[in-house]
Write a protein that binds this ligand. Sequence first.
Ligand code: GAP
Length: 479
Amino acid sequence: MEKKNVLKKPSIDEMTAFCKRKGFIVRSGEIYGGLAGFWDYLFLGSELKNNLKNAWWQFHVRERDDIEGIDGAIITHPDVWKASGHVDSFSDVFVVCKSFKKPGKVDKSELGKVKCECGGEYDSSSAKEFKLMFKTEVGLKDYGYLRPETAQLIFANFKAVFDGARMKLPCGIAQMGKAFRNEIAPRNFIFRCREFEQMEIEYFIKPKEKCPYDIPNVEVLVLASGETKEKKMSLKEAHKKKIIKKDWHAYWLGQELSFFKSLGANLDNFRIRQHDREELAHYSSDCWDLEYNFPFGWKELQGIADRSDYDLKQHQKFSKTKMEVLDEETKERFIPEVICEPSLGVERALLVFLYEAYNEREKENIVLNFNPKLSPVKVGVFPLIKKEEFENIGLSIFHNLRKKWNVVYDKSGSIGRRYARQDEIGTPYCITIDGDSVDSGTVTIRNRDTTLQKKIKIEKLEETLGKLLYGEFTFESLK
Ligand code: GAP
């Protein structure tokens, strides 16, 4: 992905306005004033989100031998959340700043330790616990919870998947889908919402099992617990120096950074940060976050926690269903441990890719340099002028290509305006039909990132586009 001269990355409010203007994302219930923390994905946003989720599933499930996927229910049996500890512990504390009476939220562990953004102290007499799970009626007398994470459905179905798919440790189970949290202060566009999606993996090992995979060769800023300044180093070095203690953690951090890189992200905008002890969730013994340098600061993009055997043990205890597996060598049964839980929010990843792609070619000429796999529209088809023979060829190409990809046909406005419209939404290639198309069966194909154009035979178009879109060859190498 070629980077153009970035004049200035938009603020989060500018990005919100851009996404609304172009048809990516709007506040849910906008015509009624919107409902805080809920967002609707429109004609481009829904395509972008689906492309991102498909790329994640492809990378983490389909291309691996050791991971299977599931899709669990959103409204879940209350005992799942009693066993997991969420009913008792999943809450934040609502606080009010003494200086400007600004409301805020803190984690229970932070009460009395952290201050408001303005530097003021929180009034401890106003502190109130706030449960984060949405509870709902089920039928006449039952109730359930809207899942606050996808992870627990993986644990509750562990035996069915492990045995059914004849899995062997080390191995993982993945799930992506909706999660709901009644956040006290949803903010920063889609960064913190009440309804969002997660892409999660629970990766199980035999206790103390070593990681058989190489740690990916990735350099990143590393901020270990207790440190104040991050240092750039390779994950291998960070593991060798025991900053990242477990080989599995170094491996999964590398995998996740490689996923972002494979879709065109610049890893200079990422860092990894280890949780301090008091920050760890109730189930976690070590956790590294992948953070991104958003315009509103370094923020958590993804958590990669070591959950040990906590969840499977809890579900075994509460459900009385055995969660043990057989050790083939010793013939003993044991409960596997979750050595890593890479847990990524779809919305936060989507925001990262929007920021990574957003460039201004010249003032007020925005280009989204998305990796083509993410682009909501893959190809624009334009007849150069409104002439019947041009339009017939254009429509025939359009109808053929849209069987494979999301393609637009546009015959209105100057050709420059039509290119600009597609650049703004990240369409990687545009096809123009002109006199040569009628006379010699060729069309012009234009590359969004370089604006270079090449002539190509119509019969070669579909195959060539396929290879360009999936990175099998570059536009420059096109003959
Ligand atoms: N299963 C572990 C878990 O849910 P988490 O750190 O609470 O851990 C994981 O959430 C990821 O889900 C976060 O790193 C973030 O990307 C996303 N996420 C969590 N709460 C969110 C919210 N309110 N809005 C958007 N994304 C959220």
